[in-house]
Each structure stands twice: as structure tokens, then as C-alpha cells.
Design a protein around this ligand. Structure first.
Ligand code: BJW
Length: 249
């Protein structure tokens, strides 16, 4: 779509939005892009650190090879997040939670910006950058409750072993029950939004497919088309921060 073209919400979608009872939203990195958080793929400013692409530094192999450097990378990202805040898309979604009989926000993002905008009970499929978990006893901690050793690696307050960021890397299992809860909501939703994700990473990208197969009217919001675009009932080619506030007008 041309950048100067006006994005509009179709009359059909406005009607469905007004009449929906059970709404499921899946978000990805694009929803935080307008806050200044780099996306992983596409958009021209994909996450790279010290010359390493994100899929190398955010990998299970890197955890084994150099945990201190992984912590340095996540400390850097948290430092950047401390300087920014939620954008219009996060704020609009926080409002949607009071609009519908049942509203489920599922995110692949680890930045905590939905919660900072006021969203509650967010299903975080890929963890949270503000938490750590023990490599030995699996206990989870808010970072503020932990201390690093001399190499900068955080130490488990319970058992004294090393902590790692509480995020899900490729090939790792999602947090117990998170996908299952999201899938159950997808199966019973009447309206599903898929916002700001390249829809390349599974099982997250499977949620809109589940919702659509179960009969939900499915809508993508993204400036670029994705592998899910063709199966959606509507594709709104625009930025989330510009599109989502239009539903309140
Ligand atoms: C805007 C915008 C604006 C820009 N407004 N939009 C089935 C088939 C094939 C493979 C698999 C499968 N099932 C599982 C797999 C394996 C794998 C996988 O999916 N691989 C594929 C890539 C091939 N999945 C896994 O490994 C998952 N685990 C798992 O399935 O466990 C069971 C299992 C184990 C072993 C074997 C098999 C199964 C775990 C996935 C973990 C993903 N982790 C990461 C890193 C987190 C840590 C960190 O932050 O460093 O999560 S990867 C990265 O990608 C991150 C994201 O959450 C995730 C998704 O990215 P997202 O959000 O879509 O962002 P982008 O950057 O890709 O896209 C941004 C979009 O925004 C673009 O479309 C832009 O256009 C758009 N945009 N500005 C709206 N203003």
C-alpha cells in the first residue's frame, strides 16, 4: 500500500467488531515497532547485536557457549526498553479488554509493553525479558529479586545455580499450558486479529489458522503481507498504531 493512502475499516468489520462476543488477538514484534523496538525480521531494522543476528545470540547454543554474553544482550535490550513506552496499538488493545464478553490477548513479544499499557492476563507464548529462570531448578524470578555473579550471570536465590532469561528460544518448549490455553480460546472465538507478526514462527502462527478453521472472522493488521494473509477474511495493510485506534472512531 502507498504510504499516503488512507487506511479505513470496512463496514463489514465494523459491524463484526460491534457484535463480537469472543475476541482473540495475536500480536508480534510489529506491534512494538512504533515504540522503537526493533523487529526480528523485515522492516529494515532487524535485531542485530555486536554483528550477530538475533537467531545466533538468542539461541540455545549461545546459552551453553557464553551465558554471560546472552545476559549482556538481554541487559542491553532491557536498557533500551526502559527508555520507551507503549504506543497507540498497545493502548488500543488495553481498551479492547473491557469491550467484549471475552477477550484474550496472546503475544509473542517478551517486552512487557502490553502490560505496561494496562492489558491484564496476557498469554505470553515466548516468555518475558523481565524475568529469569534457573537452569538447574527451573524456579522463575523477577529480575529485581536477583543478583549477578562477577561474570554478570544472575544467580538463583533458591539453589545458587545460574539463571537464564525466561524467554523461549528456537527448539525450546513454550511455557507449560500457554499455547493450549490460547488454542482453546482460538477454537471458540468469533473474531480473531493477527497483528504485527511475520507469522513464520510456530506454534504461535497456528493460532489464527485454528480460529479461522473454527469459523472466526480473521483479520490481519500489518504493513506487509505474510503467509497468513491469504487465509484471512480481511487484510488491513497498515501500521498497528495507526489502524487500531480507528476502531474507536
Ligand atoms: C508491523 C509494524 C507495525 C512492522 N505495525 N506490523 C512447524 C513447522 C515448522 C517449524 C516448526 C513448527 N513448529 C515448531 C517449529 C520450530 C520453530 C519454528 O517455528 N521455526 C520456524 C521459524 C521454521 N518453533 C519453535 O522452535 C518454538 N518451539 C516449539 O515449537 O517447541 C516445540 C518443538 C520443539 C522442538 C522441535 C519442534 C517443536 C519456539 C519458538 C521460539 C521463538 N523465539 C523467538 C526469540 C525469543 C527470544 C528473544 O526475544 O530474543 O521469539 S524468535 C522471534 O520470532 C521471537 C518472536 O516472538 C518470534 C516471532 O517473530 P514476530 O513477532 O513475528 O516478529 P517478526 O520480526 O518476524 O515480524 C514482525 C512483523 O511486524 C513483520 O511482518 C512486519 O511487517 C510487521 N510490522 N512494523 C504492524 N508498525
Amino acid at each position: 500500500m502507498n504510504a499516503n493512502q488512507q487506511v479505513t475499516i470496512s463496514a463489514e468489520l465494523r459491524r463484526r467488531f460491534a457484535e463480537a462476543h469472543r475476541v482473540l488477538v495475536l500480536t508480534g514484534a510489529g506491534v512494538s515497532a512504533e515504540s522503537g523496538v526493533p523487529t526480528f525480521r523485515g522492516g529494515g531494522q532487524s535485531a542485530v547485536w555486536k554483528g550477530m543476528p538475533f537467531d545466533k545470540i538468542s539461541s540455545a547454543g549461545m546459552l551453553e557457549r557464553n551465558l554471560a554474553e546472552v545476559w549482556e544482550w538481554f541487559n542491553y535490550r532491557r536498557g533500551a526498553l526502559e527508555k520507551i513506552g507503549p504506543n497507540q496499538a498497545h493502548l488500543a488493545l488495553a481498551q479492547w479488554q473491557t469491550r467484549f464478553e471475552n477477550f484474550t490477548l496472546v503475544t509473542q513479544n517478551v517486552d512487557g509493553l502490553h502490560q505496561r499499557a494496562g492489558s491484564r492476563d496476557v498469554i505470553e507464548l515466548h516468555g518475558n525479558i523481565w524475568r529469569a529462570r534457573c537452569l538447574s531448578c527451573s524456579a522463575k524470578f523477577d529480575l529485581q529479586d536477583t543478583e549477578p555473579d562477577s561474570s554478570g550471570v544472575l544467580i538463583c536465590p533458591d539453589c545458587g545455580n545460574h539463571l537464564r532469561p525466561d524467554v523461549v528460544l528456537f527448539g525450546e518448549m513454550l511455557p507449560a499450558g500457554a499455547f493450549e490455553r490460547a488454542a482453546t480460546m482460538a477454537e471458540t472465538s468469533d473474531l480473531c486479529f493477527v497483528i504485527g507478526t511475520s507469522a513464520l514462527v510456530y506454534p504461535a502462527a497456528g493460532l489464527p489458522e485454528i480460529a479461522r478453521a473454527a469459523g472466526a472472522y480473521t483479520v490481519e493488521v500489518n504493513p506487509e503481507r505474510t503467509p497468513l494473509s491469504d487465509m484471512c477474511n480481511e487484510v488491513i495493510e497498515g501500521k498497528a498504531g495507526a489502524v487500531l485506534p480507528l476502531f474507536e472512531i
